[in-house]
Structure formats: C-alpha cells, structure tokens
Write a protein that binds this ligand. Structure first.
Ligand code: G3H
Length: 478
C-alpha cells in the first residue's frame, strides 16, 4: 500500500509530475489493490515526441531484427506468466487458470506475429503498365508496405495483456512506434507485460505505457496530431473516439450481442456445453460471449434443462480459487447487470435460478421466455446472465440477430451443413461459428464486427496490414 507503479517512457520507469495516482480496486475485495500514475497531457506529448523519433530508426531496422526482438519479448512474457497472471486475478478477478492462459496465449501471439510479419512484410509487388488500356510497357511499379508511424493502442479490461499485445505485436513488426494506454483495471498487468518488452531490449522511446484518468488524457491521446493510427477494443467509448479522431486509420472492436441459434436437429448436449462455456466463462465478460440464445420452441425445454444442469455445477467465488464465476469488474457493472435482471423480472421472464448477488459477485443466471420488449433481449450485460428467446422459425432467429445494433459474431447449431451455411450467410455478423460458441481465436483468424461492433478487421495478418500503408515507386522507362 502506498506504492504507486511508475509509467513507462523513454525506456525507463517514471513518476508522473502530477503527483496524483489512480486507484485500482480489486473486484473481489472491493478495496484498493494497486495504484498507478495519473499522467499529464505534457507527459503524453513527451511520449509521442519520443515515439516519433524512435520510430524513424526502428523502421530502418532490418525486419529480421525486429522479429528477433519480438520473439525475445514473447519468451520473456511466458517466463513472467505467474506474476502477470496474479495481477489479472487481483485487478480484474480473472480466474487463476484463465489468467495464466491469457499470458501464454499472448506470448504465442507475439511469436506468431513475428513469423507472419517476416513473411508478409518481406514481399512486395511488381506491376507493369501495359495491362491498363492505352499504356505501353514503359512503367514498372514496385510496391512495399511501410509503417504508419505512431500507433495508439487502447485495450479493454477483460484482456489487458492479450488485447494489448494483439496491437503491439503487429505495430512493432511493421516498423511503427507504440503508445499504450492500458485500462485502469488491468493497468498493472499491462505495465508488467511492457516490462517484458523492456527486458527484450527494444530501443528507447519506441514503446511507452501511459496510465491515467480517461477524463484527463483520453481525448487528448485519441485526438493528438502525433498519433497516426488508433487500435481500440472496448465499449461505447469507441464510438466517441471514432467521431473525434482525426484522419487516421481506425481499428475498433466494440461490443457484441452474439446470438446462438439452435435448430431442431442440433446435438443438444453439444449446444448446452457451448452455451455454458460461451455464456459464462469469465462471468460473461467477453465481447464474444454468447449473449442471447434463440432456440426452436420444440427443443427449448430439453435444452434449457441441460443448460440448467450445467449451470448448477459452476463454482462461484474467488478468482484465486479458480472459480468458474468470479466477481464482475466493478460495482457499476454489477449494478448495470442487476438493472437488466430487474427489468426482465418485471416484464415476466422465467428465472431458471434464483437471482443472487454479493458485492460484485453475481451468481450465474439463465432467463427463459425472454421477449423482445425486455432490455436484456438487446443489451449486453457483460455479466453471467443469459437470456433465452424461444423462436418458432429459423427466420425469426435470423431476424432477431440482424435487428441488433451489434454484429460481432454469432453461432448456429445444426447437423445440416447446408442450412448452417445459409444461416451464416444471412446473419449480419463479422463471424459465424457453426456448431461452436463464438470466439476470437485462434488469433490468426480474421476477427471483425459490423454495425456498432467495430471498424476494420483484426487477427494477426489483418492487423499487420492495417498498421502499414502501401508505398509505390514507379520506374519510367525512356
Ligand atoms: O472481449 C473480446 C475479446 O476479443 C474476446 O476474445 O473470444 O478470445 O474471449 P475471446
């Protein structure tokens, strides 16, 4: 207590001149766990200035050397999995095993990014002019991918490490500098992750990690003229950022209301286990969580019974004990979830379990017979509460899915592959999973949302490409 973690700039750890700090409240104990620096706008300016300078020589550093450093960072990250996971447990109440998995997955992501980078950045194109009408073969065009400059990365609380490296890795391999603004909950885990990059030996100033209050430095960072690209994952803030940001490429992954459409011929045991895993892992605090079940009426009773049997087996408690259901990230989040539950109760949803809450800990809850007039039919709880809507036709399910303002992922369960593909085509979401719950990984798969779920596409390859632009050199022959 009393210690305030330093922020990272110019290759070193510093205290903010503000003399102020931001408290990180442990979701389980609801007491201050850590403190981080409340950085000032001048400190943001300094970090971006240094990033600009460092980026110029980084872009000239051979690609294989950039890859080598990323591989080193990935290995160090994995070596540090235990202390980083401990931060995740304390800051965001991620179950202990999942916290370790997040760090290991992050190391793998960074290594894969290095490998993918040397392949896709190691080649360009050669074009000749005489394919276009009216041209002789008198112009040769050489293209390559060049970095954008300084990338601003803003990951969310639910993956402070993994969704940071999914931006940092592509940015760095492509020759960019990186300014990281971690979420407050998860900031210490992110600082520790940055420490691994520090130990790997990246040049001074290339990477910085600025902690602080969104109200003080949020808009200042996102509207800063020195930022050349923003990669953001989170909620509504992303919509505000996209309205305010200047003329820079944006990569946004925002919310989701991922639907799970269950047909009459589906394997209901498979569906039930995917609903429980998809809906309740990390207490539903994933943008890709199953957020509404749309099940054909004829199999609904059987499915709900199977899901309830599995929900009854979920352990509820502290993340240190690796409980399945752990406290949600904050009191305001718990209050929001409760608001959705109360609304559903008032409007007549069937409660399959008793609603129970202690502090930020909310017991898993399946709500059956949810109707479209209930808020939970449309809103994203980001908690362990899952609505079931009974449908009388597949079209009704597709219609509900497409009426959402979100369009991240969705899933469909059926043994009929032709139907599954037709439904996938009809669902207005970035990805449709057939016979499995939505998920972002494996991390090299394209990952994108449509409508309010985001801008652009992620996944390792897409992120590398997004953080570069094409440079052409045209040779004009005499
Ligand atoms: O919360 C949003 C994440 O991108 C979801 O990732 O599917 O690996 O949990 P995940």
């Amino acid at each position: 207590d009393g210690e305030v973690f330093k922020y990272y700039v110019d290759g070193e750890w510093r205290k903010s001149s503000s003399g102020k700090s931001v408290a990180i409240v442990n979701p389980t104990t609801r007491k201050t766990q850590y403190r981080v620096q409340a950085c000032t706008q001048e400190e943001v300016n300094k970090a971006i200035d240094l990033a600009k300078v460092a980026q110029k020589s980084w872009a000239r550093t051979p690609l294989w050397k950039r890859a080598e450093l990323l591989h080193r960072a990935a290995a160090i990250l994995k070596e540090h999995k235990a202390p980083i996971a401990e931060c995740l447990v304390k800051e965001i109440a991620k179950p202990a095993k999942d916290a370790v998995t997040e760090v290991v997955r992050s190391g793998d992501l960074v290594s894969y990014t290095a490998e993918e980078g040397v392949r896709i950045l190691g080649e360009g194109k050669f074009l000749v002019s005489d394919s276009f009408p009216g041209n002789e073969r008198s112009k040769y065009c050489l293209t390559s991918k060049i970095p954008l400059g300084v990338i601003l990365a803003i990951p969310p609380f639910n993956y402070p490490v993994n969704l940071a490296v999914s931006k940092i890795g592509p940015a760095l391999i492509a020759g960019n500098a990186l300014v990281l603004k971690p979420p407050t909950q998860g900031a210490v885990a992110a600082l520790h992750m940055v420490h691994c990059f520090h130990l790997a030996g990246f040049p001074k100033g290339l990477i910085s990690c600025i902690t602080g209050k969104g109200s003080e430095i949020g808009d200042f960072l996102t509207m800063h003229p020195g930022i050349n690209c923003i990669s953001f994952t989170g909620g509504d803030t992303g919509v505000a950022i996209s309205k305010k940001a200047g003329m820079v490429p944006l990569q946004m992954e925002l919310g989701g209301k991922d639907a799970c459409i269950v047909l009459e011929d589906a394997d209901l045991d498979l569906v039930a286990s995917n609903i429980v895993k998809g809906g309740f892992s990390y207490s539903g605090q994933r943008c890709t969580a199953v957020k509404v079940v749309l099940v054909m009426e004829s199999v609904a009773d059987a499915l709900v019974e199977k899901v309830n049997a599995k929900v009854a087996k979920l352990s509820v408690g502290a993340p240190e004990e690796d409980s399945d259901i752990t406290p949600v990230v904050s009191e305001s989040s718990a209050n929001f979830i409760e608001g959705l539950v109360v609304d559903a109760k008032e409007k007549g949803a069937t409660f399959c379990q008793e609603y129970k809450r202690e502090g930020n800990l909310i017991w898993p809850l399946l709500l059956d017979h949810v109707r479209p007039d209930m808020r939970i039919a449309w809103e994203e709880p980001f908690g362990p509460v899952l609505p079931v809507i009974r449908i009388s036709s597949v079209d009704e399910g597709i219609h509900h899915c497409n009426a959402s303002n979100f369009g991240l992922q969705g899933c469909v369960f059926t043994k009929d592959i032709n139907k599954a593909i037709m439904i996938s085509d009809a669902m207005e979401t970035g990805t449709v999973q057939i016979n499995s719950a939505p998920a972002r990984g494996p991390d090299h798969f394209p990952f994108q949302g449509i409508k309010d779920s985001g801008i652009g596409s992620q996944g390792i390859t897409n992120s590398i490409n997004m953080m570069t632009k094409i440079k052409s050199t045209v040779i004009n022959l005499p």
